[in-house]
Design a binder for this molecule. Structure first.
Ligand code: HEC
Ligand code: HEC
Ligand code: HEC
Length: 358
């Protein structure tokens, strides 16, 4: 027994010295010129497939991905964050990308073998040591799904259809400012969100709130993989410039939103928001801070009237779960949303979405 242990220790020692020599003298070939040894690629690929299948949510957890607004939002994020590696549907990848090891597959190939729940797991977690990044935050599963909604459309999408989907609207007075065009591809040249139900209107907000919010996305104080990516290369000067461009300026009136559908829900939302409902003792009157006001209290309190209903609903769910941060004033909202029931959230979102912007 002692002899066996001695031999094992000697062998381990020799292996250790060999390993140290390979590392120390740079003998291990890290170049991306040649692939793995035969067999290693198979092991890695099988490990990748199994790991994705293990971490994917169940097929029942996949939300409805047919909403065209979800697809459009996902496509525009893809264009800014993923196209550089996987190219657009039907577009050639650059020679530099093809020289990566492993090379990012063209997007039609990348989606071919996977169900939506697997695509979700890949986009959320990324693939270690391959160049495939993880989603910039692990706390917002809801903002990964738009990208998955887009990926499920890729097999039938032509390059022309893709370009149409992601094109920025004209903004002639801004010349060819690429940052503004990028923001405008989602928020619209006028900040109105291009009528997409999942994208907030910026033309309702104040300059101070927009600039502070962009900084909060960049620092991670407000979590969103989509907006963290969009804000990551800006600095304080850009924040101020973009805020000035997109914010509602004094004296401007914002256009009306679409009329509401469910009058009862809106009425319930109104009584909650204004504190008129007897059931709302634990819910503070939102109107004091957010309107409809007799007189606006502070530009730091964002206008809600006219924001799209699905956006408001999602943000209220995030506030209630304390999953949304923001500026230094965000704790006011954790307090305000704590006691909201699901039905309250639906009513409040319906009410504010139906109000004409103040
Ligand atoms: C820096 C380059 C890079 C970026 C940016 C990137 N990827 Fe990838 N992606 C890769 C590489 C490399 C792989 C291959 C991983 C492997 O096979 O081990 C990959 C794999 C994938 C796959 C799985 C394909 C397969 O092998 O079956 C999907 C789907 C995917 N990426 C989607 C995306 C999406 C969506 C985004 C944007 C949110 C994105 N990628 C951003 C490099 C990138
Ligand atoms: C790919 C689409 C996309 C792009 C590009 C984009 N945004 Fe956004 N933006 C969103 C979405 C979606 C949200 C909501 C995120 C959340 O849930 O926090 C948002 C939120 C915001 C908010 C917070 C609004 C509020 O009511 O609190 C601001 C401010 C903002 N974006 C400004 C910008 C600026 C400035 C740019 C350009 C640098 C930009 N966005 C680029 C999609 C986009
Ligand atoms: C004491 C003031 C106050 C009260 C009361 C209040 N809020 Fe807020 N709310 C805020 C502030 C401040 C913010 C912005 C936080 C930040 O800067 O990040 C905000 C943000 C929000 C947002 C996100 C807006 C956007 O554009 O993303 C929603 C939605 C919201 N509040 C809904 C409500 C509702 C519904 C109620 C009533 C149940 C309510 N609030 C009560 C102060 C308040």
């Amino acid at each position: 027994m002692r002899r066996f242990l001695l031999h094992t220790a000697i062998l381990a020692g020799i292996a250790g010295v060999c390993g140290a020599l390979v590392v120390g003298f740079g003998l291990f070939d890290v170049s991306a010129r040649k692939g793995h040894l035969p067999g290693v690629s198979w092991v890695l690929h099988t490990a990748f497939r199994n790991a994705v299948e293990l971490r994917a949510p169940s097929a029942e957890a996949v939300p409805d991905l047919s909403d065209p607004d979800l697809v459009a939002l996902g496509a525009r994020h893809y264009d800014g964050a993923c196209r550089v590696c996987h190219a657009a549907p039907g577009e050639a990848r650059t020679a530099t990308v093809r020289a990566m090891l492993p090379a990012p597959p063209p997007i039609r190939e990348a989606v071919a073998d996977w169900e939506p729940q697997h695509l979700f797991a890949i986009v959320k977690h990324g693939v270690k040591m391959s160049g495939m990044p993880a989603w910039p935050t692990d706390r917002r599963d809801d903002d990964v799904w738009p990208v998955v909604a887009f990926l499920t459309r890729v097999p039938d999408m032509t390059l022309a259809q893709y370009e149409d989907l992601v094109a920025a609207p004209e903004r002639t007075e801004q010349g060819d400012d690429t940052t503004v065009a990028y923001c405008a591809s989602c928020h619209g040249a006028d900040g109105r969100g291009r009528d997409n139900a999942h994208i907030p209107r910026l033309d309702l907000l104040s300059e101070a709130y927009i600039a502070a919010t962009l900084a909060a996305y960049r620092s991670g104080a407000r979590e969103s993989g989509i907006m963290r990516h969009a804000a990551s290369t800006l600095d304080d000067t850009d924040d101020a410039r973009l805020a000035r461009l997109f914010a509602r300026q004094d004296g401007e009136t914002a256009p009306q939103p679409a009329p509401a559908v469910d009058a009862d829900l809106v009425a319930r939302g109104r009584s909650l928001a204004t504190g008129a409902s007897p059931a709302s003792t634990k819910v503070p009157a939102c109107a004091a801070c957010h309107g409809p006001w007799p007189q606006r209290l502070s530009a730091d309190f964002p206008r809600l009237s006219g924001q799209p209903e699905p956006y408001l609903r999602r943000q209220l769910e995030l506030w209630r779960a304390e999953e949304r941060g923001g500026t230094a004033r965000a704790p006011l909202m954790h307090e305000a949303a704590r006691a909201l029931e699901d039905a309250d959230i639906r009513a409040l979102a319906a009410f504010y979405a139906a109000q004409p912007p103040e």
